[in-house]
Write a protein that binds this ligand. Structure first.
Ligand code: NAP
Length: 295
């Protein structure tokens, strides 16, 4: 490569910008047919700094593509039953095409109970059991946003997954579990799933043609844990103290980028990799939900 790098950066920010342009054009077309623009609602409980930053990013993205958005903020003290009442109202609000409940929620509120109250055809994060299960059906519905963002990034860089060995490190409900299913179902890959009970993690990660990591432990994957030519997808986002930054922290992924990048063929940066793709994926789901509601 001209700049001396041996690897290609999987530039999620650039791809997300392309996707947003495509969505903006579709919104324009909808409006020119006399239809309304898609409407995304976001529920934010409490004042967690990271959550507010993520929500700001989502609101900005809605504005960029011409979606209507509603931000509904509630105090940390809101009860679970009261939050459910608001969710039921949104479920029945004909103007809202899709909505998300920003995680994490305060400890007294059950994420599982809240998620299952969201109407599946408005669940644009793709968290409900209905949408999660549709991954393995012939007719996938609203696919989980982060995994779908990963699959879209692989597609846009023409990275073939068919028959390749994908090793997924992390098996959470929002990232690792659905992504491993999507890689096997849509990607027709051979998939190994690793989690915190996996013995000798490195013996698995070294086998990976495509290594995907969603754990939340900065620098967990080091150069000695990957083979030459590996494709690396780093989903992890952690704030680590950094006195050099005005904010007092910097954002790190689960992969030791400087060590691993020279051995890889393709690698995502953090930030600027899967984060922007997750937002793009949320917008794609909202557009899909709106189109299916046929306003
Ligand atoms: P999570 O719910 O805490 O899940 C972490 C997963 O990692 C679990 O499956 C856990 O195993 C596994 N794990 C923990 N320690 C491990 C180890 N030493 N080796 C292998 N696996 C290990 O977290 P999450 O919600 O999936 O998030 C993971 C990371 O991705 C976080 O940094 C989060 O901020 C980031 N994230 C980013 C985006 C994005 O848009 N880029 C979206 C979602 C999440 P067990 O299942 O056995 O507990």
């Amino acid at each position: 490569m001209a700049d001396g790098k041996t690897y290609t950066l999987l530039d999620g920010r650039k791809v997300a910008t392309e996707i947003k342009k495509e969505i903006a054009a579709k919104v324009k077309a909808l409006k020119s047919q006399g239809k309304k623009e898609p409407h995304l609602a976001i529920i934010l409980v409490g004042d967690d700094g990271a959550s507010s930053t993520y929500v700001d990013g989502k609101v900005k993205a809605c504005t960029e593509v011409g979606f209507h958005f509603s931000l509904m903020r509630f105090a940390t003290t809101i009860s679970e039953s009261r939050l459910i009442k608001h969710i039921e109202q949104i479920n029945n609000d004909d103007d809202i095409d899709g909505f998300i409940v920003q995680l994490p929620l305060p400890e007294h509120i059950s994420v599982v109970r809240i998620t299952e109250k969201i109407r599946a055809d408005k669940d644009v994060d793709g968290f409900t059991n209905h949408n999660f299960g549709s991954i393995v059906s012939k007719n996938p519905l609203l696919l989980p946003a982060t995994p779908n963002g990963v699959m879209e990034l692989l597609r846009r860089y023409n990275i073939d997954t068919v028959g390749r060995h994908c090793v997924m490190v992390g098996a959470s409900r929002i990232a690792g579990a659905p992504l491993s299913m999507m890689l096997a179902e849509q990607g027709q890959a051979t998939v190994t799933i690793c989690h915190k009970y996996t013995k000798d993690l490195a013996s698995h990660t070294r086998m990976a043609d495509i290594l995907l990591v969603a754990v939340g432990k900065p620098g967990l994957i080091t150069a000695d844990m990957v083979k030459d030519g590996v494709v690396v997808i780093d989903i992890g986002i952690s704030r680590v103290p950094d006195k050099a930054k005005d904010s007092g922290f910097s954002i790190r992924g689960d992969v030791d980028f400087n060590g691993v990048a020279p051995k890889s063929s393709f690698i995502t940066p953090v930030p600027g990799g899967i984060g922007p793709m997750t937002i793009a994926s949320l917008l794609m789901n909202t557009l899909k939900a709106a189109e299916q509601r046929k306003h």
